[in-house]
Design a protein around this ligand. Structure first.
Ligand code: URA
Length: 184
């Protein structure tokens, strides 16, 4: 199996799609490599592109607030994205960009073996749960995908745009935490 060092090096020098030419930094996953809980976002934004670290901008700070609200320590989880490079003007990832990047995510999941994978938003849920996934209807539901339990919650950016969704996020993350505790 590929090592973390090999994987990260491969990712940082990747030019598997045109975003490899426009990024400032490749944004590899971060956090606890033995995590029981893994979060998967969409793609780096501006701050992530500049720093090389996922979820450090406004959406990331909002995610931190939600994790703290339910007592999940950000350092205890692993956070990655479907795309490791920023798409121009934060547009949605294109299918070939996702295809080119998925092996990096798969390898991280294989190395970590998390108990639960939480998709942050529609784009990750469409890739990891169901191409027709509807986030409004199906956030907070648990799906068995091979040996992993997967669910989706609203993307923190969607919560910043529509704060009325914050309560659903709180309840969904609380359910994730309870399910994790029940699996011990
Ligand atoms: N939004 C994402 O989906 N991922 C990040 O890393 C930052 C913002």
């Amino acid at each position: 199996m590929i090592t973390w060092e090999e994987l990260e090096e491969k990712c940082r020098s990747c030019e598997g799609c045109p975003l490899g030419k426009t990024r400032t930094n490749c944004v590899f996953g971060t956090g606890n490599r033995n995590a029981e809980l893994m979060f998967v976002g969409e793609a780096p934004g501006e701050q992530e592109d500049l720093t090389g670290i996922p979820f450090v901008g406004a959406a990331g700070k909002h995610l931190d607030r939600h994790l703290a609200a339910v007592g999940i320590d950000r350092d205890s989880v692993y956070i990655a994205n479907i795309l490791n490079c920023r798409a121009p003007k934060n547009r949605d990832p294109l299918p070939p960009e996702e295809d080119a990047c998925m092996d990096f995510l798969r390898a991280q999941v294989r190395l970590i073996q998390p108990k639960i994978i939480v998709c942050l938003g529609r784009i990750a849920a469409m890739r990891l749960i169901d191409p027709a996934f509807r986030i409004t209807a199906n956030h907070g539901k648990f799906y068995e995908k091979g040996k992993f339990t997967v669910c989706a919650v609203y993307h923190p950016s969607a919560l910043l745009r529509d704060p009325s969704k914050n309560k659903d996020m709180y309840l969904d993350l609380k359910a994730v935490k309870e399910r994790l505790a029940a699996s011990d």
